[in-house]
Ligand binder design. Sequence first.
Ligand SMILES: NC(=O)c1ccc[n+]([C@@H]2O[C@H](COP(=O)([O-])OP(=O)(O)OC[C@H]3O[C@@H](n4cnc5c(N)ncnc54)[C@H](OP(=O)(O)O)[C@@H]3O)[C@@H](O)[C@H]2O)c1
Length: 240
Amino acid sequence: MNLNGKTALVTGGAVRIGRAVCRTLAAAGADVVIHYNRSATPAEALRHELVAMGRRAFCIQADLGGEDAGRRLVAAAREVAGPLDVLINNAAVFHQDSLLTLTARALRDEFEVNLFAPLLLMRAFAEACGDGAIVNLLDRRIASLDHSCLPYVLAKKALAEATQMAALELAPSIRVNAVAPGAILPPPGEGAGHLKDRAGPVPLQRQCTPEQVAAAVIFLLQNDALTGQIIFVDGGQHLL
Ligand SMILES: NC(=O)c1ccc[n+]([C@@H]2O[C@H](COP(=O)([O-])OP(=O)(O)OC[C@H]3O[C@@H](n4cnc5c(N)ncnc54)[C@H](OP(=O)(O)O)[C@@H]3O)[C@@H](O)[C@H]2O)c1
C-alpha cells in the first residue's frame, strides 16, 4: 500500500507510541484521524503538527468501552475524514495483576480495551471499508508466560490469535498484521528507571524506541504481500 493520500485511524494516537505512529504515518504521506480518550490537549497539539506537515488531521474523542464504541468511532472518523484505508489498534490499558490479585472488574477492564475494542473496531472497519490494512499493537509478552500481568498478557495473546484469524477471514481485501513491542516506555507517571529494573535481559542490549515500533507498523502497511504477520520490536527478548 502506498500510504500517500491514504487515511488512517489510530486509536490512542495522541501520546507515547500512538503519537510516534501518527507522526510516521504523516511522514509517509497519510492523513490521520487521531483517536483519544482523555488526552485532548496532546491530541490537538499533534493535529496541528500534522497539519503543518501538509496532511489532513482530525481528532476524535471516544471511550472504547461498550458494544457500539467500535462502530461509532469508525462512523465518526469517516464522517470527518472520508473513507478509511488503515486502522491501527494501539489504545490499551496495562495493570500489574496476577491470578491471586486480580478482580472480576480488572479482568473486564483489561479485556474490554485490549481485546474487545480492537475486535469490534476490526469488524466495524471491515463493514465500512472495502479494502485496507489493519495493524494491531500486541506485546512481546505474548511469547511468554508472564503471570505478573495475567489479564493484560491473556488479552494480548488472544488479540495475536485474532490477528491471524482476521487475516484469513478478511483476505483478500483487508490485510491484518501486528507489531509486538518490548519494553519501550515506562507506564505513565514512572521514570526510565522503571524499565531498567523490570524489563529483564535484552539480547541486543539496547532500548527500542517508539519510532522503531512505528517503522514496523509502516513496513507492514506498505508491503502488500503480508498478512497474519507479527513483528517483534523487542531487541530479541521474545527469544529468551
Ligand atoms: N509502552 C510500552 O513499553 C509497550 C510495551 C509493549 C506493548 N505495548 C503496546 O503498544 C501500544 C501502545 O503502548 P503505549 O504504552 O503507548 O500505550 P498506553 O499509553 O498504555 O495507552 C495508549 C492510549 O490508549 C488510550 N486508552 C486507554 N484506555 C482507553 C479507553 N477506555 N478508551 C479509549 N482509549 C483508551 C489512552 O488514550 P488517552 O491518553 O487519550 O486517554 C492511552 O493514551 C499498546 O497497545 C501497548 O499494549 C507498549
